[in-house]
Structures are given as structure tokens and as C-alpha cells.
Design a protein around this ligand. Structure first.
Ligand SMILES: Nc1nc2c(ncn2[C@@H]2O[C@H](COP(=O)(O)OP(=O)(O)OP(=O)(O)O)[C@@H](O)[C@H]2O)c(=O)[nH]1
Length: 405
């Protein structure tokens, strides 16, 4: 049984958008493990789509008043026109005033507002139309008002949403439809009700599929944009974005936040003695080793040629030192001429070093890395003399303390 379900699962996964890595497939179903950079870009995209939608609806909603004017009696067309202009003004306000701040909840709120406007319009217009006995052409146009829930669910397709998000957004509409059916139980037109409900479920499914196809494409694009192509570590520009994000969060919560600047020792000798490709291989191995031993949630960014920055949200100086010792214990790879690849490392921490912005934090870690070089390489320099740690490999000479920078 297990084998059958596993085979089915693999077959099904084979149909998923091919741009994705296996580890990213789960991201299509739920957003809770998305990278912060992906979440930020997605939040911005969702808000932009909301505003685009708002623009379209702000223009189109009042235009229909012309049809209402032609087919409906007074005062119905006047009341509907008033509601249409109010809805249009609400859409226009959303377009003009709503901006992304990079926060996903801010984006969810934008979607909720976008969907709330037509929902209120739908409820109000529906109860208004129920007071009139419409016939002929006006009855047909009046029936058109009932299509709004279908339009709303179809509109979901323009957002890059995970499956869980699509269903959370769609569920109020589906639930309302089911509840309205329950309330009219006795006089229910069952075939019409079931047909409409089935259509709503179908549109939700198609919209959810469109959402994950967009999301998959976005995950692949963001991955390419934020990763260094050689080592697969984060690129410098995305590292800066992550620093900015986490530093601000740490400041707000008055939480610790550490970075370590790593520079490989005598790297030029590898290039000079064994060629650029051997150098590249050493960089890739080093990144793999660090990624393997670093804590989940920490971020490794390639800052320059053989310089890396390890970003450690939530880590104080002590924890950062422990983390770095773990990395050094795991090693950074082997040099082609024999012996271990080593690194000079500088650590800085927001609170312990009384630093007010991330640029200064990185600068401090860089200066300490330089102090580690001056002190004889293969060592760590933190905020005070006690932070100078012994070389990780007995083959390298241990050189005594370096003054704090
Ligand atoms: N193979 C390879 N080499 C690179 C890459 N980026 C930078 N480098 C090389 O890295 C070397 C860095 O050399 P240096 O800055 O002199 O430093 P080092 O030899 O490591 O010496 P110390 O840092 O003082 O221990 C240079 O030879 C660069 O050409 C890369 O992507 N691939």
C-alpha cells in the first residue's frame, strides 16, 4: 500500500512545475517555510496585483451604471449607481493609498480589503434587487449581479499564492454560498444550487493551480536572483537585504544579532599553483561544509571572491563563537597541496558591540577578520581579547592574541 501511494505521489510530483527543486515543493502548499526574501518579494507582488485589480474595478464598476440606467426603473438604477460609485471610490482609495511594506500580513490585508469591497456591494445589491419584481431584460441583467462570487474566485488566479492561502481566501465565499443554501433549505432549487456550488469549487481549483504555477516560477526566479551561481551561497546583494531585514527586526525586539566575516587563508596560492578551477572547487567545498554545519535559520552570503559573511539572527556573541567553532570543527575542505583549508574570521554582535546599523556591524566583523589575518590566520577574533581562539588545526602555528578592534 505504501509503495503504491509513494509511486502515485512521485507521479503527481512529476506534474508539478519543473523549475522547482525537490526541497521547494512543499513551499507550493504552505508559505510557512518560505525564505524571508521570497516572502518580501511575494508581498510586494501581491500588493501590486491588488492595486492593479483595484484600478480595473475602479474604472469598470461605475461604467455598468449606463446599462442599469437603460434597463432598470427609477429609483433602482439610481440606488445601484450610488453603490457603484461608492465601490469605485473604495477601489480608487486602495489603488492610491495602499503600499507594500514587505510584510506578508500587510499583503493579506490588501487582498482582504480588495475582496471586501465587491462582497459588500454584492450583499447590498442582492438585497436591493430582491425588493423588485423584474421581468424580461431587467430580470436577465439583475441575474447577472449573482455572478460576482464567481468573478471574485476567478480573480484569485492573478495572485502567486500557495494552495493553503488560496483555500483560506476562497473559503468565506464557499461557506457563504453553502450557508445561504442551508437557509433556503425548504424552497431550494437543488439542481441550480448544486451546479453553482460545483462551479465555485471548480473555479477555486483552477485559480489555486494558476496561483501555484505563478508561485513556482517566482520561487525559481528568486532563487536565481539571490544565489551566487558558483557556490549557491546567497549573493552579496541579497545578503545585504537579509542583513537589513534581520537587523531591523533585532533592533525592534532588542534581540541579539551576530555576523561573522570569513576570509579563506592563502587562497591565491591554490589558484596560482593548481589553476582557477581548483580554486573554484575549494570555494564550493567550503560553502557546502559551512552550510552543512551552520544552524537552521543562519544565512551564508558570498561577500566577495573568497570572502563570506555568516549572518546569525538571534545569536549573541557567545552563541556566535560556539557556532563558528562548530564550523571550524567541521572543516572547510582540503587544499590541493595537502592540509586543511583554513579561514580568518571576525565576529561582531549588535548589542555587545553597541552597533546602530548593519553596515557598521559588517565593517567591525571585517576589521576583526583583518586582525585575525594579522594575528597569523586560521583564527577567530571577536569583541574582546578572550575571543581570540586557538587555530583549528595543529598544522598551523598558534599565534597569540590580537588586540580588539
Ligand atoms: N578560483 C577563484 N578564485 C577567485 C574567485 N574570486 C576571487 N578569487 C581569487 O582569490 C584570491 C584572493 O587572494 P588574496 O586577496 O591575495 O588573498 P589570499 O591569497 O587568500 O591571502 P590572505 O587572504 O591574505 O590569506 C585572488 O587570487 C582572486 O583571484 C573565484 O570565484 N574563483
Amino acid at each position: 500500500m505504501n509503495q503504491v501511494s509513494e509511486m502515485l505521489w512521485h507521479r503527481l510530483m512529476g506534474l508539478m512545475p519543473g523549475e522547482l527543486k525537490k526541497s521547494e515543493l512543499g513551499w507550493l502548499f504552505s508559505p510557512h517555510r518560505h525564505l524571508s526574501l521570497l516572502a518580501r518579494r511575494r508581498a510586494a507582488l501581491i500588493v501590486n496585483r491588488v492595486r492593479l485589480f483595484a484600478f480595473l474595478f475602479a474604472v469598470l464598476t461605475p461604467l455598468w451604471s449606463i446599462i442599469d440606467f437603460v434597463v432598470f426603473p427609477f429609483p433602482l438604477w439610481g440606488q445601484l449607481a450610488f453603490m457603484r460609485f461608492a465601490a469605485s471610490a473604495a477601489f480608487a482609495s486602495l489603488l492610491v493609498y495602499y503600499r507594500s511594506n514587505g510584510d506578508l500580513f500587510n499583503a493579506y490585508r490588501a487582498m482582504a480589503l480588495l475582496f471586501a469591497i465587491p462582497t459588500v456591494f454584492y450583499v447590498a445589491s442582492h438585497s436591493l434587487l430582491a425588493h423588485y419584481q423584474l421581468t424580461g431584460m431587467s430580470a436577465a441583467i439583475g441575474a447577472g449581479y449573482a455572478f460576482l462570487p464567481f468573478v471574485l474566485l476567478g480573480g484569485l488566479a492573478v495572485f502567486p499564492l500557495a494552495v493553503a492561502e488560496s483555500f483560506v481566501v476562497a473559503s468565506p465565499i464557499l461557506i457563504c454560498h453553502a450557508v445561504s443554501g442551508y437557509l433556503r433549505w425548504a424552497a431550494m432549487d437543488w439542481p441550480a444550487f448544486t451546479g453553482a456550488f460545483w462551479l465555485l469549487v471548480l473555479i477555486t481549483g483552477v485559480a489555486a493551480l494558476a496561483g501555484i504555477c505563478q508561485l513556482a516560477f517566482m520561487i525559481a526566479l528568486v532563487r536565481q536572483a539571490i544565489r551566487d551561481p558558483l557556490t549557491n551561497a546567497f549573493s552579496r546583494s541579497s545578503g545585504m537585504e537579509i542583513l537589513d531585514l534581520h537587523f531591523t527586526m533585532a533592533e525592534r525586539a532588542d534581540a541579539p544579532f551576530a555576523v561573522a566575516f570569513l576570509d579563506l587563508d592563502h587562497f591565491k596560492r591554490i589558484n596560482d599553483g593548481y589553476g582557477h578551477e581548483a580554486g573554484d572547487r575549494a570555494l564550493v567545498t567550503m560553502t557546502e561544509r559551512v552550510t552543512q554545519h551552520m544552524r537552521h535559520g543562519d544565512v551564508l552570503a558570498r561577500w566577495g571572491g573568497e570572502e563570506f559573511l555568516l549572518i546569525m539572527p538571534g545569536a549573541g556573541l557567545e552563541q556566535a563563537r560556539t557556532a563558528i567553532e562548530r564550523l571550524r570543527g567541521g572543516g572547510f575542505g582540503e587544499r590541493p597541496e595537502g592540509g586543511p583549508v583554513t579561514a580568518s574570521i571576525g565576529i561582531a554582535e549588535r548589542r555587545a558591540d553597541h552597533v546602530g546599523d548593519w553596515k557598521r556591524l559588517v565593517e567591525l566583523a571585517d576589521q576583526r577578520m583583518y586582525a585575525a589575518k594579522q594575528g597569523g590566520r586560521d583564527r577567530v577574533v571577536g569583541g574582546e581579547p578572550a575571543a581570540v581562539l586557538a587555530p583549528s588545526h595543529p598544522t598551523m602555528p598558534a599565534i597569540a592574541t590580537t588586540a580588539p578592534v
